[in-house]
Design a protein around this ligand. Structure first.
Ligand code: HEM
Length: 354
């Protein structure tokens, strides 16, 4: 059953009384180290409480390592691109894998601090897992992921390596904390500490663009090409939504992408890239003030939304300080929206030094 009214979608997403649960794909959970996003009930409450302090915006800004770590990763990217510029001052590249790499790099530095290289290996393996799973998923045969194919065996091997690196990292850090070392400079330490307890930038210019304009562009991208294409929930108990009573075990789809392109919900042209639609704030861009849901809504809203926006703003600003870009002639505009939105044929751009 698809529900595409934003108010009803938010009613589903904000229900705290156990009427809905996330839809589970057990073979996938076995291959992608299960985390907060998969947990339910008491286990979810406990884990969310442990993780929350690490993702507070104030904490993110406060951490002595966080902003320098973000900036180091972005600087490395800009330097690598700048070094690649040819004699004509231009360089053509696919930025999709570049940004995937940047994201893994930033999380490894901010989450694992001095154990950055081990963290980076985890994210490298996780991205490989996602690619392999997406490939196996396309085959669409029930139980296929459990067959001992070469790809499936490699996925199990990767998952074991990920779990073993993470257990090793946590063990080492716990020991350092117990020995009184000051380790409070990364997300992992904050989470472990939290676990122990519980057991305007407008007007600043970057290359002719204000940070406010950068923010409008990020909102527009999150809206027009929302990374989460849809949210899925299953009714756990009978529940009435929008005057209709649903029994238990009904699969509910909240088609975010469809909602974002509905002219009855949004102001202006719903298919064009027009960041200025957000000039007067998120609530003014839509006819329904609460329709902007790229990070979901309610108790299971993305825990890292501030972290992700901070990272994207910093990367965008640092790139724009040194380089300008345009779409490369080889770019073909097509999206692949199997579960997560991504460019189907890459995102080729042509860079130029400024
Ligand atoms: C632009 C970047 C991002 C977008 C658009 C995004 C979007 C989302 C959405 C839509 C959900 C809810 C899914 C659902 O309810 O079915 C979610 C959950 C989650 N996200 Fe993100 N996310 C982003 C970046 C990140 C990053 C960088 C991290 C980790 C560092 C992260 C960690 C999580 C976690 C742990 C959850 C599960 C929360 C829970 O169930 O309590 N996200 N994200």
């Amino acid at each position: 059953m698809a529900i595409h009214n934003p108010d009803l979608a938010k009613e589903v997403l904000s229900n705290k009384f156990g009427h809905f649960e996330k839809v589970k794909f057990p073979p996938l959970s076995r291959l992608l180290a299960a985390g907060l996003a998969e947990h339910e009930g008491e286990k979810w409450v406990k884990h969310r409480r442990i993780l929350n302090p690490a993702f507070h915006l104030e904490k993110l800004k406060e951490l002595s390592l966080m902003l320098p770590a973000l900036s180091t990763s972005c600087e490395e990217l800009v330097n690598r691109w700048t070094r690649s510029l040819g004699s004509d001052g231009t360089y053509e590249l696919d930025v999709f894998p570049e940004f995937q790499r940047l994201t893994g790099d930033v999380i490894s530095r901010t989450a694992f601090g001095s154990n950055y290289l081990e963290g980076a290996r985890v994210f490298q393996l996780q991205s490989e897992q996602v690619e392999r799973i997406a490939g196996a998923w396309k085959i669409g045969i029930p139980g296929y992921l459990s067959l001992p194919t070469k790809n499936n065996r490699k996925m199990h091997q990767n998952n074991s390596e990920i779990e073993s690196i993470l257990h090793g990292l946590i063990g080492k850090r716990m020991q350092a904390m117990q020995e009184g070392e000051n380790t409070k400079e990364d997300l992992l330490s904050l989470m472990l500490e939290s676990n122990m307890r519980t057991s305007d930038d407008n007007g600043q210019f970057i290359s002719g663009m204000t940070i406010k304009e950068v923010t409008l562009i990020l909102y527009e991208v999150l809206w027009l090409y929302s990374p989460a294409v849809a949210f899925f929930r299953k009714t756990y108990k009978e529940i009435k939504i929008g005057g209709i009573t649903y029994p238990a075990d009904v699969l509910i789809e909240l088609p975010l992408l469809l909602m974002n392109h509905d002219p009855d919900i949004w102001e202006g042209d719903v298919h064009e890239f027009k960041p200025e639609r957000f000039t007067n704030g998120i609530s003014q861009a839509s006819k329904n003030p609460g329709a902007f849901l790229p990070f979901s809504w309610g108790p299971r809203i993305c825990i890292a939304q501030q972290f992700a926006l901070l990272e994207a703003k910093m990367a965008f600003c640092m790139i724009l300080q040194c380089l300008e870009f345009e779409l490369a002639p080889s770019y073909t505009h097509a999206v692949n929206n199997t579960r997560l939105m991504r460019p189907m044929h890459g995102a080729q751009i042509k860079l130029r030094a400024i």
